[in-house]
Write a protein that binds this ligand. Structure first.
Ligand code: FAD
Length: 281
């Protein structure tokens, strides 16, 4: 374990790399609004198979040039060691030292899984190639990864990433706080002492949220689903309900020892800002 490199302040905001000029301009505005909250870092997603490789790089370099650390996500599926080595080198050249190391999901139509099978192999490779240079964050699944054989095996696989040298973890989003607390208990029982930061998904609409949650294995509790459905197209009502619910979730997590929060912003400032203000952070 590399806990000497463990970060102390763990509020972070996630973006995806914009595809259009309008998207770039929007992200600049969103970034400026969220930068005022002085997060530990911004992270930028990476399309599995390298589809956003250059856009992720450009976005990260831009953010870091504006004064707050930026952490690129890096997924290893469908990659070669050479691809990954080149990417790591390009980040080192730009003094980017945080990274979110992932397996990713093989894009449909892409046949070869490449030279890495799982994220623990990527973490191992990063450590082998670059020593302690990178502060490595990995993904954690309190509600269990959708492809996992079972919860125990999934937890063992999480532990492999920690043993390979991860400094911190960010969870998939969830709305059941108990799943997170159970996961943290398991970490304590297994001697895992890296910070496991809850991933927070603000609620602004529900059709997309349901679809996405199905895919990534995040549970939307029945009562929540039924409430959300009852609002129909009333976006304001959905947002007000979502804001209360997610604020309470965050408050409960922080009150019970969560080491920070990682917001999936979806490149929007307002939903995250509203939660932040409610929490009086
Ligand atoms: P792994 O940790 O490798 O786990 C994947 C599956 O394999 C699990 O079921 C696990 O139990 C099993 N497994 C792991 N190791 C082993 C092993 N050694 N032997 C056998 N089985 C094993 N996706 C993107 O494409 N781009 C992004 O930018 C991105 N960012 C994300 C950020 C966060 C915080 C999170 C939580 C997810 C993100 N994802 C992203 C999604 C992620 O890529 C998917 O959830 C993917 O399916 C798993 O990636 P992983 O790194 O968790 O994989």
């Amino acid at each position: 374990m590399h806990s000497q490199n463990t970060p102390s302040q763990l509020f972070s905001f996630e973006f995806y790399p914009p595809k259009t000029e309008e998207g770039v301009a929007n992200l600049q505005m969103v970034h400026n609004q969220l930068a005022r909250l002085n997060p530990d870092f911004f992270s930028v997603t990476f399309g599995a198979g390298g589809s956003t490789r250059d856009k992720t790089f450009d976005t990260v370099v831009n953010i870091q040039a504006n004064g707050i650390s930026a952490a690129p996500h890096l997924s290893c599926v469908a990659s070669t060691r050479k691809n990954i080595r080149d990417i790591l080198k390009s980040y080192q050249e730009k003094n980017i030292s945080k990274i979110v190391a992932l397996r990713g999901d093989l894009p449909s139509g892409m046949m070869s899984a490449g030279e890495f099978r799982y994220a623990n192999e990527l973490v191992e490779f990063i450590r082998k190639e670059t020593g302690d240079y990178f502060q490595i964050h990995v993904a954690a699944y309190p509600e269990v990864h959708p492809q996992a054989v079972n919860g125990n095996e999934d937890f063992k696989n999480f532990k492999r990433k920690v043993n390979a040298g991860a400094n911190a973890a960010i969870t998939q989003y969830f709305y059941n706080a108990e799943a997170y607390f159970y996961f943290i208990d398991a970490c304590e029982k297994n001697g895992i002492d890296i910070p496991v930061v809850p991933g927070i998904m603000p609620i602004t609409q529900y059709t997309q949220l349901f679809r996405f949650s199905e895919m990534c294995g995040a549970d939307i509790p029945r009562w929540m689903r039924k409430r959300l459905e009852s609002f129909g197209d009333d976006r304001q009502a959905i947002q007000a309900f979502g804001l209360d619910l997610v604020t309470e979730l965050c408050q409960r997590l922080l009150d019970n020892g969560a080491p920070g929060l990682h917001f999936y912003t979806m490149n929007q400032a307002a939903p995250t800002l509203a939660i932040w203000e409610n929490l009086k952070l």
